[in-house]
Design a protein around this ligand. Structure first.
Ligand code: SF4
Ligand code: SF4
Length: 283
């Protein structure tokens, strides 16, 4: 009998730079083929975080100096209090909206600029894509996804935002080619290399006992935590997953995370954080 016990490596939190807030765990206006979220099949998602929870958590963080708050989902812009939460978060730090872009038309972009102008902090956008080719992109995401993303970029640029193109490398292609092709398409909108972030696709067919983690670049769990309506988790990948549970509030939460899930392997393969923005690379 094999009695070997596998010991997981541990990731220690180095600084609290990034707070990810899951505004909703199950509400999105789209359904991408590869989405890791378990959408309810027969009813509309309805799990939203309360604005009070967000407010109390920001007070708990207090003097810690966040670099950025990320509003994530499913689709964060489906939250009925989205505008109020955005304004609240902007009082504390820069805010990055991680979105499929489908809610951003010209009117919304103009409004968001007004909200930003009222604050001393900045709004950043991460618009998701899977491929530079419209057909391939929509095949792995949903019909119209490429158009939604491109229109969002166009409207945001008009109001002086420079959105980030956030690519999941679903087709496992050469990253340099992906970057060049996106630049060809969006260079005229002022998008440069620093605004294209490419992440490996998480293959959820890999079993936990088929991998081990030895080394890594920068991990999300070393530089931030994820807040959801259910508590605090190590990172967006492990939101609401008991394996990533770090506590119930941001006053008192675990700063050490065992790297033992299949998601950890995907993260460790990437040399940079997959959700957080490394501002030293960002112009
Ligand atoms: S847009 Fe995002 S949250 Fe919505 S289905 Fe696609 S991957 Fe999932
Ligand atoms: S999935 Fe990535 S960020 Fe999350 S705990 Fe594992 S290694 Fe850390």
């Amino acid at each position: 009998m094999n009695t070997t016990i596998r010991k997981s490596k541990l990731a220690h939190m180095k600084s609290f730079d990034n707070l990810f807030i899951e505004l909703t765990s199950d509400c999105c206006n789209q359904k991408c083929t590869h989405c890791y979220i378990d959408f309810p099949q027969f009813k509309k998602g309805e799990n939203f975080i309360d604005i009070e929870t967000v407010e109390n958590s920001l007070k708990d963080i207090g003097s810690m100096s966040l670099k950025c708050i990320y509003l994530t989902g499913a689709e964060p812009m489906t939250h009925h209090d989205f505008n109020s939460i955005l304004r609240l978060c902007l009082k504390y730090s820069n805010v990055c909206i991680c979105t499929n872009g489908s809610f951003i038309n010209e009117k919304k972009a103009r409004f968001l600029k007004k909200v930003e102008d009222e604050s001393k902090n900045e709004i950043i956008f991460r618009i998701s894509f899977d491929h530079y080719d419209e057909i391939k992109n929509d095949d792995s995401r949903y019909r119209g996804a490429y158009r939604h993303g491109s229109f969002a970029i166009k409207h945001l640029v008009k109001y002086n935002f420079t959105p980030i193109i956030s690519v999941t490398n679903y087709y496992n292609e050469d990253e340099r080619t992906i970057c060049e092709k996106f630049l060809e398409k969006f260079f005229d909108y002022g998008i440069d290399k620093s605004h294209i972030i490419i992440n490996p696709f998480h293959d959820n067919t890999v079993r936990e006992d088929e991998f081990s983690v030895e080394s890594w670049g920068r991990l999300e769990c070393e530089y931030g935590r994820m807040l959801t309506s259910k508590g605090v988790y190590s990172c967006p990948f492990l939101a609401n997953d008991y394996r990533g549970r770090c506590g119930s509030n941001l006053k008192d939460f675990s700063k050490i995370v065992p790297l033992e899930t299949e998601y950890c392997q995907t993260c460790c393969k990437s040399l940079h954080e997959m959700f957080g923005i490394n501002f030293s690379n960002f112009r």
